[in-house]
Write a protein that binds this ligand. Structure first.
Ligand code: ZN
Length: 457
């Protein structure tokens, strides 16, 4: 008992020591199950998303790192290339495909949250459809169970690119779990010890603070990610398989029959030289992997190796350092608030915000309008658009009662994108102005790229 206090700290369970018999052999207290301890926890949205990181995971496994994976959904929507099953049945198949894909690398600690697919670029729709709170509780549990040193996930942000809302949601949840799993006041029933031998409710996990979080972008804007984290070549040869890492990733991807049977059937007919030719002509397989450092609680250079400056063992819980609220603003921007709340000041993001949309189609711009004055005010909303774009609804005169905040929305008709001009499509800038009593009270700018195909806004 003498040593207790400085080197070991005790919770309120101390009283139970009074009942032990000093003459007995000391009995080791049960510890967390080492089979689930991981170095890297990959958090993604859909079966096959792991492909964004598999060449790096294969490399990390060569270095004897332990890897676990969490999928936010079962990927139950979309076309089935391999059979007739759809919806929940397709999700059941895709769970096995994802497990098999990861098993080819030797990764078997794989879990699925209860989120469901959401076909949009709007992260808030995905979070709503995933039961945000439920998914977060599940993910915090898995972080406490797997005790990762590193979390790898999609970059939470809005960009021109595929920018799937579910991918963003996995990055949002992973960031939240990074900041919450070490806090014993968060989901405390998970860290509470058993009150009976067959405890049915309390989980007896320990809080766990991961050390670094890295992101991979789901966007085309490579320019703003360069130099923000380490790059890994996928062409190096694995010590264990004697194959290039991209080749191991391709072998792993073969499990995803429902998503890519036609492609995989073609690959199955190829010899090694043809596979090599196919992969080197498609940068998807052989391009280096870029990661963006979200934050590190243990130092290390931004572009240094992911495991740089990491030492084994627990680190204390670190509440994110939140910079003071920026000057009074009438704009609510989810990701600006998110970056501030999670201490991600250096996370790359486009200014002004940008999006790629299918056209012809409609762009919806949601607005918040605040009246700080003591009387009802008249507000005029107007847009400035490129030639051929028109305001469908939402512009004009409105009134807003004293001291109130109200939501409005503007809809813009998008023309078809220009036919093959030979040039890369350029995003165009649009703006929305709000005026009251002849004075400007706010302006929002947005860059929009028109595409033949894109996820819904
Ligand atoms: Zn996906």
């Amino acid at each position: 008992m003498k040593k207790v206090g400085r080197t070991i700290s005790l919770g309120f369970a101390l009283f139970s020591l009074a009942a032990t018999n000093a003459a007995q052999e000391p009995k080791a207290l049960p510890l967390p199950d080492e089979r689930y301890k991981t170095d890297i926890l990959l958090v993604v949205a859909h079966p096959d998303d792991e492909g964004a990181a598999t060449p790096y995971l294969a490399r990390a496994l060569d270095d004897h790192k332990r890897v676990a994976v969490v999928f936010g959904t079962h990927g139950s929507s979309g076309a089935n290339e391999a059979g007739a099953e759809q919806a929940a049945a397709l999700g059941a198949i895709r769970e096995i495909e994802a497990r098999n894909a990861l098993a080819t690398l030797g990764i078997t600690n794989v879990w699925f949250l209860s989120g469901t697919d959401t076909a949009s670029q709007n992260v808030l729709q995905s979070l709503a459809n995933w039961d945000h709170g439920v998914s977060l509780e599940q993910l915090v549990r898995l972080v406490r169970l797997t005790r990762p040193e590193i979390i790898l996930t999609f970059l939470p942000g809005t960009f021109i690119g595929e920018d799937h809302g579910d991918h963003q949601a996995s990055g949002v949840l992973a960031t939240e779990a990074f900041d919450l799993a070490g806090d014993p006041s968060v989901f405390p029933e998970q860290v509470a010890g058993p009150t009976k031998r067959l405890e049915p409710f309390l989980e007896n996990l320990r809080p766990w603070q991961p050390k670094k979080i890295y992101y991979f972008p789901d966007a085309d804007r490579e320019d703003i990610f360069r130099g923000k984290g380490p790059d890994y070549s996928v062409k190096e040869i694995s010590k264990s398989s004697k194959q290039a890492y991209w080749r191991m990733a391709l072998d792993s991807f073969r499990a995803h029959q429902t998503q890519a049977k036609s492609f995989l059937d073609r690959v199955a007919q190829m010899d090694e030289a043809q596979i090599e030719k196919m992969a080197t002509s498609d940068s998807f397989w052989t391009e280096s992997l870029h990661f963006v450092l979200g934050k590190s609680l243990v130092g290390g250079r931004t572009t240094g190796d992911i495991f740089e400056d990491l030492t084994a063992g627990m680190i204390p819980f670190a509440r994110p350092e939140v910079p003071p609220e920026p000057g009074r603003t009438d704009q609510w921007n989810f990701y600006a608030e998110f970056r501030r709340a999670h201490g991600l000041a250096n996370l790359p993001h486009p200014e002004p915000p940008e999006i790629a949309l299918q056209a012809p189609g409609t762009l919806v711009i949601p607005l918040w309008i605040r009246n700080r004055t003591a009387k009802t005010q008249e507000i005029v909303l107007s847009t400035a658009l490129p030639a051929g774009w028109t305001t469908q609804s939402g512009a004009g005169k409105f009134t807003l009662a004293a001291k109130q905040v109200a939501a409005a929305r503007i809809e813009v008709n998008l023309p078809a994108p220009a036919e093959n001009t030979g040039k890369k499509p350029e995003p165009q800038e649009i703006s929305v102005h709000a005026e009251s009593n002849g004075q400007s009270i706010g302006e929002i700018k947005l860059r929009v790229e028109l595409r033949k195909r894109a996820l819904p806004q």
